[in-house]
Design a protein around this ligand. Structure first.
Ligand code: PMP
Length: 294
């Protein structure tokens, strides 16, 4: 299927409380968000007609906005309902959902006159990485930039501005033939991929970085609960980068990436194995409600 540019598709986008035809869902060039990064968003997936962890995602959207000191002019329940309606209006039951909220037109840094705008778009996005590669495990490069300290940026917010680092890292990785990049945190500990959290396995034990300066993913939390329920030990801790070579299996988790095995990070090689495959399978059954939620 050839790629259709995102502004040239058909369907409906929910914008400030109303459905507008996809191609007419436009913003002005002088919105504050475009110039100063005052924008927060979510990424959700609907499986078999039900959005996975819809309330958690919607609450995180509101918390992200609050961390940027702006208020979304709807309730959590209204936005959650609008997500469902947007998928329905577009005739989708298995799709990705993107709610986004931003400060509208205003050129003052303090944005006193900016109205907060909200939109929701949905589209089919079956696989974040090439399914062929996922079976073998993806290849990751080392990112040039690190995740900033929580004293430097609102790191718990899923804020568009923080994705600048992810975009630079992912472009560079793909240019060099990799699929993603591993970012360290400001202290030099292992942090995350550009749009997913990191898990590493050694001697049957699962290790994952403490999310104290990057997103504590909703998929991450679900996979930790699933793993513990299956009897695996999961340790959350600060993991120095020089431990990378001591792990045998690595995988990443995220709404878009789901559970994706990793075969390579820079000079290190990993072999996707039983624990990764078990969690991939459990996760895909859980989101389709074939397995009790964690
Ligand atoms: N880290 C980053 C930078 C992300 O963009 C995402 C995707 N939202 C995640 C982690 C994983 O979060 P979640 O599982 O909630 O999608």
């Amino acid at each position: 299927m050839s790629f259709i540019p995102f502004d040239q598709r058909d369907g409906w986008i929910w914008l400030d409380g109303e459905f507008v035809p996809w191609r007419e869902a436009k913003v002005h060039v002088l919105i504050h968000a475009l110039h100063y990064g005052s924008c927060v968003f979510e990424g959700e997936r609907m499986y078999d007609g039900q959005i996975f962890k819809l309330t958690e995602h919607t609450e995180r959207l509101f918390k992200s906005a609050q961390l940027l000191d702006f208020k979304i002019p709807f309730t959590v329940a209204q936005i959650a309902e609008a997500c469902k309606q947007t998928a329905a209006k577009n005739g989708l039951t298995d799709c990705y959902i993107r709610p986004v909220a931003w400060r509208g037109p205003d050129m003052g840094v303090a944005a006193h006159n900016a109205k907060v705008q909200v939109a929701i778009a949905t589209w089919e996005w079956p696989s974040y990485f090439d399914p062929e590669l996922v079976r073998k495990g993806i290849r990751m490069a080392h990112a040039k930039y690190r995740r900033p300290s929580p004293e430097t940026a609102p790191t718990a917010s899923k804020a568009a501005g923080l994705y600048m680092i992810c975009t630079i890292s992912k472009i560079a990785a793909e240019r060099d033939g990799y699929q993603d990049a591993l970012m360290l945190d400001w202290r030099g500990y292992l942090a995350e991929a550009t749009g997913a959290n990191l898990f590493l396995i050694r001697d049957g034990v699962i290790h994952t970085p403490t999310p104290d300066c990057f997103l504590d993913g909703i998929t991450r939390r679900s996979v930790i609960e699933l793993a513990r329920k299956s009897g695996f030990e999961v340790i959350e801790r600060h993991i120095p980068a020089d431990e990378l070579g001591t792990f045998s299996e690595v995988f990443i988790t995220g709404t878009a990436a789901e559970v994706t095995p990793v075969a390579e990070i820079g000079e290190h090689r990993f072999t996707p194995g039983n624990i990764t495959f078990t969690l991939m399978d459990d996760f895909s059954r859980m989101v389709r409600r074939q397995l009790q939620p964690a």
